[in-house]
Design a protein around this ligand. Structure first.
Ligand SMILES: [Zn+2]
Ligand SMILES: [Zn+2]
Length: 109
């Protein structure tokens, strides 16, 4: 399983569906991934519980990978500090270098 893109992320998955939240490394703004439903979630027989859990774990992993990839579109990587930040925290500097606001402030001072 890949590491989450941002420093803080939350797994909001439950027995029926998978979804994940990622937070901007700078301001903490939350972005929620799309929700993936558990396709094999309709097993009712008790003897299938173990199999159901295995399938759930597999789908959960796949859903996470999708969400983590999707997060790359929502956040931008600051080349200076290596943080993944939301659009609000990302600025284009005069020198046409894209950095996060944190690093932008540092370079002005
Ligand atoms: Zn932000
Ligand atoms: Zn930065």
């Amino acid at each position: 399983m890949s590491l989450p893109l941002t420093q803080k992320s939350i797994d909001r998955s439950n027995a029926e569906q998978f979804s994940f939240s990622f937070f901007c490394d700078r301001c903490g703004k939350e972005w929620k991934s799309q929700t993936f439903s558990f396709k094999n979630g309709n097993f009712t027989a008790i003897e299938n519980e173990e199999a159901r859990q295995l399938i759930w774990a597999q789908e959960h992993k796949t859903a996470f990978e999708h969400a983590n990839l999707e997060a790359h579109m929502q956040f931008s990587l600051c080349p200076r500090c290596g943080k993944w930040v939301c659009d609000d925290c990302f600025v284009l500097e005069e020198r046409h270098e894209e950095v996060c606001r944190e690093c932008s402030l540092v370079s002005v001072a």
